[in-house]
Design a protein around this ligand. Structure first.
Ligand SMILES: [Zn+2]
Length: 211
């Protein structure tokens, strides 16, 4: 289970789900994400609610998205549209119980990717991890560019040139970064998306701080 999910204390701010959504874009061949993201969500659903919750989410999906989720193929490319359909179905199923379920989905992905938990803050490793996210972005999504900038009290992750976007995707991204900070031993993590392409900004910029 992700550290974000186990965390006591002040509730996270609720996701902002307004904003524009583009699911296919002008070039559908690049509107794709890696199958491993579906695998992470399957794991999350099974951990949180067992088969019952997993199958109730599957029942809401169209055939293609259902197939990606039931039998995820980690290295295959899958339509962004299907990932958003899945995340929306998860949100509809679980947000009454977990208002921040989208952040928890992102956290589960970071948990899978990082594995270990650092006992105390290792800023060097955390910054290296963030830089690698930027470096290997194209292995996880076929679109957009990303750059990480270190700041005095944390860092900034800046995503640009998205032909497809959704506030649902941005909300899970915030959870991904929160979990990344927590697993590297950071305390009092804060992740705020201060600019967003779904609101017409030229980037999705996550400003992160930790102690
Ligand atoms: Zn955004």
């Amino acid at each position: 289970m992700s550290l974000l999910m186990q965390r006591k204390g002040p509730a996270l701010p609720l996701p902002r789900l307004d904003g524009k959504e583009v699911l296919v874009g002008p070039d559908p061949s690049i509107a794709k994400v890696k199958g491993v993201m579906f695998g992470g969500r399957k794991q999350f659903l099974t951990d949180v609610g067992g088969d019952e919750v997993f199958y109730s989410v599957l029942a809401k999906l169209s055939p293609r998205s259902l197939q990606y989720t039931r039998t995820p193929l980690a290295s295959s490319w899958c339509e962004f549209e299907s990932l958003i359909e899945l995340d929306r179905a998860i949100y509809d199923t679980l947000h009454a119980k977990y208002p921040n379920v989208l952040a928890l989905i992102g956290a589960a992905s970071a948990e899978l990717g990082i594995g270990r938990v650092y006992k105390s803050l290792d800023t060097v490793e955390l910054v290296k991890y963030m830089e690698n996210i930027a470096l290997f972005n194209s292995q996880y999504q076929k679109f957009g560019r990303v750059k990480f900038e270190k700041t005095a009290s944390g860092g900034k992750m800046i995503f640009t040139d998205y032909p497809v976007y959704s506030p649902i995707y941005c909300a899970s991204g915030a959870g991904y970064f929160l979990e990344s900070i927590l697993r590297h031993g950071g305390t009092e993590p804060s992740v705020v998306e201060t600019k967003c392409q779904t609101l017409g900004d030229s980037s999705c910029t996550y400003e992160m701080t930790w102690k």
